[in-house]
Design a protein around this ligand. Structure first.
Ligand code: THU
Length: 138
């Protein structure tokens, strides 16, 4: 699979993940997908709660889905949302993304419902990171 094919596949999987979003409070459904180093794609969606602060974002749920299935590294991540907004990962998600990425160059695709696509990396989203590995040696 080329990098572009993987990107398009991951974005399609993230849209599938969005279908399971539980977001009655924000009405902002998010879907996400990661390509595991085991070759399996894992999906996630945001899951909210009436106690609002218990919400978990789509990106973290996709990564935790991967870890719960025995894979601790992803090689690319996609996140999608509706409308013109970008589902730019929140700070908590960026920290978790840093924990399990293959490297700081791991691609991240942020996609809006109007076809807008931002192609970035974990490292760009997370300058001066606090990580389990030393970014200076990467
Ligand atoms: N949310 C995500 O799932 N990912 C993002 O990248 C941004 C925000 C969720 C959290 C909450 O359920 C809703 O979007 C509105 O903030």
């Amino acid at each position: 699979m080329t990098k572009e094919e993987l990107r398009d596949k991951l974005i399609a999987e993230a849209w599938e993940g969005q279908k399971n979003s539980y977001s009655p409070y924000s009405k902002f459904p998010v879907g996400a997908a990661v390509m595991g180093a085991d070759g399996v794609i894992y999906r996630g969606c945001n899951i909210e709660n009436v106690s609002y602060g218990l919400t978990v974002c789509g990106e973290r749920n996709a990564i935790f889905n991967m870890v719960m299935h025995g894979c601790q590294t992803y090689t690319a991540l996609a996140v999608v949302c509706n409308g013109s907004a970008d589902a730019a990962p929140c700070g908590a998600c960026r920290q978790v993304m840093g924990e399990f990425c293959e490297s700081l160059d791991t691609p991240v695709y942020i996609c809006g419902g109007e076809g807008n696509l931002l192609e970035t990396t974990v490292g760009e989203l997370m300058p001066y990171p606090f990580l389990k590995f030393d970014p200076a040696k990467e």
